[in-house]
Design a binder for this molecule. Structure first.
Ligand code: SAH
Ligand code: SF4
Length: 388
């Protein structure tokens, strides 16, 4: 953008923040290109980066390392921070919070805060003791944030409420990383001091918005200070995405939404299986070079009477053994949603399923549903327009 240039931020923000007025979401190089007209030295750009991603300022005026003049010039040229804002909060009895976060084009996206962790990352590790550094009055010592990657989803899994929306649009890098920034600000959480896990398991299929998603990961793992080892991305099995992911130097842990013991059942509940069958997805996942002690997670949503029987568990055991890479299974009892024609599994079948996997030597964990009462649990996220 030039000093005299016209800037239609609404269009640019929807298309991606590269040439837009929003600075949040741009990496160092892009910041210096966007602000080229001001001929700023590299250290000025670094100050901006720190303000945007480490201090998470919400207005240009709060960039106190910049002179007032510079802040005013940037604002006059149409620049702004452009951090997405929480516009509505729903609080569960279990402490989970679901947010509607407003994007520049008036769309809202959903993000979930799960204090104490949601068990996704931590179910097989001992809880860390509180280091006593958390601000007084806080009720949490660690937390997970569930982040969305798209508004709606095109994958059309039959048991998922998000699928009902269809796909509205991809989120930009700034909107993906911005969800995290907005939630951290709300809770005055500071990565580095606080133990924050990220799960990319909100609305949408991250691997169908691959570039913006991975760019957000790099911002989060870089200047925002959240280690990649504290991030997990879940995919329904988008094979080309998994292959690209395998080559990423910085990447979250991988979770595959298996959800069925064979292709026949999976095709019935996840039509994406017709394109990429289970065996091909597993073959692609094998290409992801695992770090020491790292495992691939298989997520398995238990649907009453459909995939929750002992013979299904036996098939899953064979499938995981054939995969022959370090893996664990997270069992999720299906969370109901209006107009979604499935039944919750009965608690005995959930326990029996887990026991059968464990008896075969496969690490299996039951994920506690979080925030079911406020529609914040897995598969319950569905865009709700502000005020409705
Ligand atoms: N789109 C990605 C990530 C978001 S969904 C994916 O599908 O992997 C995150 C997890 O929630 C997936 O494992 C999905 O299978 C699961 N899920 C979807 N709907 C659900 C529901 N109603 N109850 C329980 N889990 C559900
Ligand atoms: Fe999309 Fe995941 Fe829901 Fe399937 S389960 S429709 S991939 S969000």
């Amino acid at each position: 953008m030039t000093a005299g240039g016209k800037l239609d931020t609404s269009i640019l923000d929807a298309a991606g923040p590269r040439r837009g007025g929003a600075l949040f979401g741009l990496h160092n190089q892009q910041l210096s290109e966007s602000l080229a007209e001001f001929r700023l030295p590299a250290w000025r750009i670094r100050q901006l980066e720190t303000a945007l991603y480490s201090q998470r300022v919400t207005t240009l005026d709060s960039i106190t390392t910049w002179s007032k003049d510079l802040r005013e010039q940037a604002a006059a040229a149409g620049f702004r921070v452009g951090l997405p804002e929480i516009v509505e909060t729903f609080r569960s009895v279990d402490g989970t919070e679901r947010y509607l976060i407003a994007c520049a084009d008036g769309q809202t996206v959903e993000t979930v805060w799960m204090p104490e962790g949601d068990g996704a990352e931590d179910d097989d590790s001992a809880p860390e003791p509180d280091d006593g550094n958390a601000p007084a009055g806080r009720t949490w010592t660690r937390a997970a944030i569930c982040v969305s990657s798209q508004i709606g989803c095109a994958v059309n899994c039959q048991f998922c409420l998000t699928a009902k929306l269809g796909i509205l649009r991809n989120l930009t890098t700034g909107e993906i990383a911005g969800q995290v920034a907005a939630v951290l600000n709300r809770h005055q959480a500071q990565p580095g001091r606080d133990r924050i896990n990220l799960v990319f398991m909100g609305m949408g299929e991250p691997f169908l918005n691959y570039d913006a998603f991975m760019e957000a990961v790099r911002l989060l793992a870089g200047p925002m200070g959240i280690p990649e080892s504290r991030m997990t991305v879940s995919t329904s099995g988008i094979l080309p995405g998994i292959l690209r992911f395998a080559d990423e130097p910085v990447r979250p842990h991988l979770a595959l939404s298996l959800n069925a013991p064979n292709d026949t059942i999976r095709e019935g509940i996840m039509p994406v299986t017709r394109k990429w069958p289970i065996a091909d997805v597993i073959e692609a996942a094998r290409k992801v070079p695992l770090r020491p002690h790292e495992r691939v997670t298989f997520e398995y949503v238990l649907l009453g009477g459909i995939n929750d029987q002992p013979q299904h568990a036996d098939e899953v055991i064979r499938l995981v053994r054939r995969a022959n890479f370090p893996a664990k299974i997270n069992l999720i009892a299906w969370n109901p949603g209006p107009g979604v024609p499935f039944a919750m599994p009965d608690p005995q079948s959930v326990d029996a399923f887990q026991q059968r996997l464990r008896a075969a030597g496969i690490p299996a964990f039951i994920r506690r549903p979080r925030g079911r009462d406020i529609y914040a649990a897995c598969g319950q996220l569905k865009k709700t327009t502000i005020g409705r």
